[in-house]
Design a protein. Structure first.
Length: 325
């Protein structure tokens, strides 16, 4: 039986664009998948290149739109609707899946060469020598960004296209999904804290989420320290300052009580932002699996301790204020 070769085009239509927007807001997150298998792009011939990508719609669309006016084949792996970099870390964009798709597509009978072009960010999941041993196809790693593929095919790789960048526009597009994922927690926390303590605690909860989901990705390169968690803790302390200043200006408690409140505010807000910042490592292209594990084991106990101490100090300060000390 002749293996199926599906057809792809370079055109990103209105439906594709709507899907991109919905995906950015995590609406039906795992619905944006294309069928795994081999696709023809343009009018390919046996000598045409073969590009490998994930079956996440945004990854597939970025690849095919970047190859406008070119002929080739796209081999789509089943990554369960996960992008290349994340799927490589999870193992679904991996050696076994590449071998499986090459064999099922009977690629050796479709093209005359023995070369696969994989995205550079897929490298952590793929053993090139195993793929070549099992399929006869040599793995070449293309540029980090699909938009550089035409230049890569014409001139070969260069340092700039190999460099992993994380500019502001790439960080900003991640904000909607971070907000959506945190919205329920933010809403519940704000309501509970409002009922228990009034407007200020509710605003603190909202500020923590917005700082972690919005300010952190924007300010990431400029925040001091190296680790995501410590950057988030620093940002948490910064966003606690307006609440501390407001308390000092508007408060009527003795100075020592206000000082305890100030420390409590910082200790309560900082770990919240720090935790959200740690979660952001899954969205960044320059966080490694080992680095993330190291941060988890190093900072989670610190953040838990900060929160517990902050809650205790807040309780002490509140009771002292009620007692009129």
């Amino acid at each position: 039986m002749t293996p199926e070769i599906m057809v792809a085009t370079h055109i990103i239509d209105k439906k594709n664009k709507r899907d991109h927007i919905k995906a950015r807001f995590a609406y039906h997150r795992f619905s944006y998948q294309v069928k795994p298998g081999l696709y023809s792009l343009g009018t390919p011939v046996p000598e045409s290149p073969v590009f490998v990508t994930s079956n996440y719609t945004l990854s597939f669309d970025a690849l095919r739109s970047s190859l406008k006016g070119m002929d080739g084949y796209i081999l789509v792996l089943d990554t369960k609707g996960i992008n290349v970099w994340c799927a490589a870390g999870k193992g679904t964009f991996g050696t076994k899946e590449v071998i499986k798709r090459v064999q099922e597509a009977e690629l050796s009978s479709v093209v005359s060469h023995r070369r696969l072009i994989l995205p550079q960010l897929g490298a952590p999941g793929v053993s090139a020598h195993e793929v070549q041993k099992e399929t006869g196809f040599k793995v070449d790693y293309g540029p980090v960004r699909a938009e550089d593929l035409p230049r890569y095919l014409k001139n070969g790789p260069d340092v700039d296209m190999r460099r992993v960048k994380f500019p502001l526009k790439d960080r900003i597009v991640l904000i909607p999904v971070e907000i959506v994922q945190s919205f329920i927690i933010m809403a519940v926390a704000a309501v509970v804290l409002f009922l228990m303590g009034g407007l200020v605690p509710a605003l603190m909860a909202i500020t923590v989420v917005l700082a972690g989901a919005v300010l952190f990705p924007i300010l990431l390169p400029w925040l001091p320290t190296k680790d995501f968690s410590s950057k988030g803790i620093v940002l948490g302390v910064i966003v606690s300052l307006p609440f501390i200043v407001n308390m000092v200006i508007m408060g009527t408690d003795p100075f020592w009580i206000m000082a305890i409140f100030a420390i409590a505010y910082a200790l309560l807000m900082a770990p919240g932002v720090g935790y959200l910042a740690l979660n952001f490592t899954g969205s960044s292209t320059f966080a490694s699996r080992t680095g993330v594990k190291r941060e988890i084991f190093r900072y989670i106990p610190i953040m838990v301790a900060m929160f517990i101490i902050g809650a205790a100090l807040f309780t002490v300060a509140t009771l002292s204020s009620f007692a009129g000390w």
